[in-house]
Design a protein around this ligand. Structure first.
Ligand code: GLA
Length: 667
């Protein structure tokens, strides 16, 4: 099967987006010299180059691209060639305004920026296919070509009339008849019944809450419509370059695509990660969030993945854009390698002097090659070359965290018990608790086979399909450990509430009779529990039936009622957590459950802020704190990065990293 290994060819890739069309050709030679100096092995070319390649409708201007690819090839640098379809030229919008997207209110999103295309527009698709076909014909067999990069960060939703017609066709395929659609959407409510397919619209701006099942289907549809654009271009390039893998870069934990469905269509799963440097020192959620995105991307890929974009230092799109403190660009890059990345790339190679991103950092900053930032880039290039033993290897994880996009789309809508319960924050809080204890986890689709995991964690899955519920029940019955967060299994695939507070199958697994009522907490409020800890965001009035109460609420209306329960089901164990325990309490709860389930941390007993992950034969240790830390080792280890052997302990500098292998003395 074609995959990332076809692009990496035995070593970790290192590089970034390269936009030579924004520079005079005289600068290109310097680019090549400095890329070589930095150890760059991959340049992503053409991401937004549509107007440079097709300056007028049907014209082709590829001489510059020929020269760029040849130059890179001559320097031994591979090319990740992008289709330029994320940035249609102004002429397309001017000639064909119907290719421009419209928002919920019908307002046109004009050219003059990027991403101004309607995924449902046949005219857009035709123009995109044509330029993709020409690029694939011209460069499909170019010796520099390592990887195809389709479009860029797909995500533009559209509410126009063309989209409406496309949405109706999609709905026919999903629901079959109009009667079934009316039933599945519950249109008896508020007189929303449809008598004709042509009456159905995308969920446009309305006086009050829009039908939630319609919104859910529209999010599914939008993801699928964009995916059709991806697969159409993918099939074109694949036909001209067998053996060259194809990717499109995801945004991290992005709501606009069903990431499981998308990943299944890619040869290489890649993601863009931009942690806030301001979080580097004071906010432990910074590196934990990176770890979550890495774990998710690796799980989507089912193995090694590509970090397609990150910033060398500051970005330009936060209200305040701070540079990355010394050492953190390296630390976060090696964190990605530790968690399965086989390619570490940046946006972008050379900092722009014009345009909206001229204050975004780059591998080669405005300050030039004699800068801290370029030195750190060059050093990273050299270190990645030393990390060849990591290439192609797997990350060991004994825990699966269940995650799904439709559950997110259904849960994070208005009209729910609490707007404080936000899906991505709950997911991050639970993942953070595992990360803190160095319990490495994969993320998994709720219908995935779970038998390979000793423990399964559900932070929150408001929507669960019948297949998922059956699979989870079978997993626990067969001996698995489940730790399940609140407001899970509440709705079916059409956002129809399953009565009893959660699905009856899940209640049997959890040993609960019913959930009488949800009692969400006021913003910022906490509720004390009998074990001395406190919960946030949510509480529930539970009625156990077989489950043992582990902790009760200790104040308020639910004082004395169960908060956390535990139940033996078949040969397995199921915990239910009806609030969001404060961070330390959640970490302790998960660590206890993991220990009982036989899951061991990558390295136990580490000081706070030190991350440990095992990848292949390597044990990565990453110091996310600003002070040096000393770590005791179970046996002598050698650091692949320095070549030094550490008999019993090792000191990591501020933001230091080690990639250790057990030391085998020569005999
Ligand atoms: C995204 C895009 C890039 C660039 C960066 C800036 O990741 O893909 O083109 O705009 O953001 O951070």
């Amino acid at each position: 099967m074609v995959g990332l290994h076809d692009a990496t060819r035995g070593r970790l890739l290192f590089g970034g987006d390269y936009n030579p069309e924004q520079w005079p050709e005289s600068v290109w030679q310097e680019d090549i010299r400095l890329m070589r100096e930095a150890g760059v092995t991959l340049a992503t070319v053409g991401v937004f180059s549509w107007a440079a390649i097709e300056p007028r409708p049907g014209a082709r201007n590829t001489g510059w691209l020929d020269r760029v690819l040849d130059l890179l090839h001559g320097a031994g640098i591979g090319v990740c060639l992008a289709t330029p379809t994320a940035a249609p030229p102004p002429w397309l919008g001017a000639l064909h305004p119907e290719t421009l997207p419209r928002d919920e209110s019908g307002t046109v999103l004009w050219y003059g920026s990027r991403n101004q295309f309607c995924a449902s527009s046949p005219v857009y698709r035709e123009h995109a296919a044509r330029i993709t076909e020409d690029l694939a014909r011209r460069y499909g067999a170019h010796p520099a070509l390592r990887l195809w990069h389709i479009n860029n960060e797909y995500g533009t939703a559209c509410w126009c009339d063309t989209t409406a017609a496309h949405f109706r066709a999609w709905l026919r395929a999903r629901h079959g008849t109009l009667q079934a659609l009316n039933t599945d959407w519950g249109t008896a409510f508020w007189s929303q019944r449809y008598g004709d397919w042509n009456e159905i619209l995308p969920p446009r701006r309305a006086p009050y809450l829009v039908n939630p099942a319609q919104v859910l289907d529209f999010r599914r549809f939008t993801s699928d419509a964009l995916l059709e654009c991806f697969t159409a271009e993918r099939d074109i390039v694949a036909a001209h370059s067998p053996g060259v893998p194809v990717t499109t870069n995801f945004m991290p934990l992005f709501a606009g695509q069903d990431g499981w469905r998308w990943a299944a269509e890619e040869d290489v799963v890649s993601v863009d990660v931009y942690p806030d440097p301001a979080a580097a020192h004071d906010d432990p959620a910074g590196p934990a969030h990176g770890a979550l995105v890495h774990d998710l991307t690796r799980s989507q890929a089912g193995g090694p993945w590509a970090l397609m974009e990150q910033a060398a230092s500051a970005v330009n799109w936060r209200p305040v854009n701070q540079p990355k403190p010394a050492g953190t660009m390296r630390l976060w890059s090696l964190q990605a390698v530790a968690r399965g990345a086989d390619a570490i790339c940046f946006f972008q190679w050379r900092a722009s002097r014009q345009g909206s991103e001229k204050f975004h950092s780059a591998m080669l900053p405005h300050a030039g090659e004699h800068s801290r930032s370029f030195r750190e880039i060059r050093d990273l290039g050299a270190e990645l070359a030393r990390l060849a033993p990591a290439h192609g290897t797997q990350v060991a994880a004994g825990i699966a965290v269940l995650h799904d996009w439709p559950a997110w789309w259904a849960a994070d809508q208005p009209g729910r018990p609490s707007a404080e319960a936000r899906y991505p924050e709950l997911l991050a809080a639970w993942h953070h608790a595992l990360w803190q204890r160095n319990l490495t986890c994969d993320l998994a689709h709720p219908e995935a086979r779970l038998t390979g995991y000793r423990m399964v964690v559900i932070p929150q899955l408001y929507l669960l399909t019948d297949a998922a519920l059956d699979g989870i029940a079978a997993y626990v019955r067969g001996g698995g450990t489940l730790v399940c967060g609140f407001f899970t299994g509440v709705a079916d695939a059409d956002d129809r509430v399953r009565e009893g507070g959660t699905d009856a199958r899940l209640r049997r697994v959890l040993g609960l009779e019913t959930v009488h009522e949800w009692w969400p907490l006021a913003p910022g409020a906490t509720v004390a529990m009998s074990d001395g800890t406190a919960g946030r965001i949510w509480s529930e009035d539970l009625e156990p039936a077989g489950a043992r109460t582990v902790a009760t609420y200790a104040e308020g209306e639910l004082s004395g009622r169960p908060a956390i329960t535990r139940h033996t089901y078949g040969r397995g164990t199921a915990w239910y957590v009806s609030t969001l325990p404060e961070p330390a309490a959640l970490a302790a709860l998960l660590a206890g459950a993991a220990e009982e389930a036989g899951v061991v941390p990558a390295l136990p007993g580490l000081p706070a802020g030190v991350e440990a992950v095992r990848r292949g034969t390597l044990l990565f240790l990453l110091n996310h704190t600003r002070a040096p830390v000393t770590v005791r080792l179970p046996s002598p280890h050698t650091d692949t990065l320095t070549g030094h052997t550490h008999p019993a302990e090792l000191t990591l500098d501020r933001h230091g990293v080690a990639a250790l292998t057990p030391h085998t003395p020569h005999t």
